[in-house]
Design a binder for this molecule. Sequence first.
Ligand SMILES: Cc1cc2nc3c(=O)[nH]c(=O)nc-3n(C[C@H](O)[C@H](O)[C@H](O)COP(=O)(O)OP(=O)(O)OC[C@H]3O[C@@H](n4cnc5c(N)ncnc54)[C@H](O)[C@@H]3O)c2cc1C
Length: 528
Amino acid sequence: MKQIVVVGGGISGLTCTAYLARAGYKVLLLEKNNEFGGLVSSIEHNGFTFEAGVRALVNAGIILPMLNDLGIQLEMVPNKVSIGIEDKIIHVDSKEDVEKYREMLIDLYSGSSNEIYNFIRRMQKITGYVDTMYKIDNPVFRDLKKDREFLLKKLLPWLPRFLLTLQKINMLNEPVEQYVARFISDPSVRDIITQHFFKSTPAFFALGYFAIYAEYYYPIGGVGRLAEAVQKKALELKAELKTGKLIREVNAAEQYVIDQNGAKYKYDYLVWAADLPTFYDIVNLNGLPLNIKNKVLNLKSKFRKARSSESVFSLYLEVDLPLEYFGRISQGHFFYTPSKKGLGTIHTSELESLPEDFAYNNKDEILSWLDRFLEHNTFEISIPGLRDKNLVPEGKTGLIISFLTEFWLFEKVKQAGWYEEFKDIIENKIIDILSRTIYNGLKERIEHRFSFTPLSIKKRIASTNGAIVGWSFERDVPAVSNMLKVNQSVLTPLPNTFQTGQWTYSPAGVPMAILTGKLAADKLLKCK
Ligand SMILES: Cc1cc2nc3c(=O)[nH]c(=O)nc-3n(C[C@H](O)[C@H](O)[C@H](O)COP(=O)(O)OP(=O)(O)OC[C@H]3O[C@@H](n4cnc5c(N)ncnc54)[C@H](O)[C@@H]3O)c2cc1C
């Protein structure tokens, strides 16, 4: 029987493995860490469960159908979102709550009320488009030959509306900051609307978020349960799963991969489900025809010109305050901005013009920038215990507070020798800001704290620059970005080799990692 090797046991590699095993093929999954899941994982510490990666799951017509198709039971609860700016907080329970968002913005920026009103009407339209996109189960997870009812009653009637919506969405590809500027003149309002997205996120993706909030889920036991459930299914289906195997070389002509100890794994088919720039760096092209070599070199040059997505700084707090204290302020997933002024150019041109050298004598300038950055930023606050109370010890609460940030900032501080101090300063500053604004008395009740920086993310999952969603939108993306061409995203120029995961389609995230995992399995199975 032919041997399939999958490299990378994140949610994409796990999904692909499960599908290949279900089709009856011999499949071996190799993961560098001692556990699977990659950016879909939960950790436990002192009786608290926290997310090490993504904080909740957006169905997007993909996650629930995949679970259903593979026969996986996973108990999930709705992941309710709150949005806060200074002392105003709204709770989002449905996409109609965009009207509460409008009222909050008008309350804060009364001089822009007409502009805000018009802008939110536009946002409601975009929310409608996203709603249409995700309205039905992605057909990739349905057997259309057998499931005639789905085909005739759901898919075919939806298709014309989907194609029309896709056209509209394709016209909304411009960066969200630029798009919002066409409606709103006050830079603070623009920042508040856009600053918690990745820089230059396509407008449709960012502004359709109220449709997404209504489709947000949290697995009982933590987000990592999703990866555990797919892993268990892959094992049940007789896939072979190995941890502690870091693949250092791919020999594309002789068809084997080599791990950190020099062990070789021969394959008939390879699926690369880990960091894509690394794949093209470690692939040995000796013995391949020139046209293939040229295609790979061409891709590598596109990768060099592109940029990886921003990464994230996450502060974990174990707090001696009950869940009720935090539940009175927000729901379990909270986007909070302590100042209505907005980031302005702090995270763009001011960041870029920091001193080249981060040595100690430039520390004051860097810390002054950091201070402004944190004071004006938006924090994503995740409170696992408010979704599942069993994730915290009785009477206590775990918080994950994070913000998007650049890998190079932390790398430079590390090179300059004050990384631990920098981390400590950020942790203290966040705690000060939140104790002063929404969480009165928080500081005194923290029992333990720790944080993960972009460098920790890179170390754990080996993604280029600690990227958490693959490519950045700030430059040309060297991946497929058109839904109608999503099938092509998993192809590589190399013989019998497929790619999957967050680097293969943009915008990426958990749903697209799962979808490309299934598509890679489907394409591979068609070759045989
Ligand atoms: C804080 C945070 C918030 C997020 N928010 C969202 C969100 O709201 N919505 C959303 O959709 N997505 C979100 N994401 C992104 C989402 O989690 C990822 O895009 C997705 O999980 C990527 O899955 P993947 O399988 O493609 O890659 P990964 O999870 O990176 O998996 C790759 C795996 O390959 C392994 N590996 C790497 N190199 C090698 C090697 N050489 N040999 C063997 N194994 C290797 C890694 O250890 C890892 O397990 C967020 C992520 C984070 C961290």
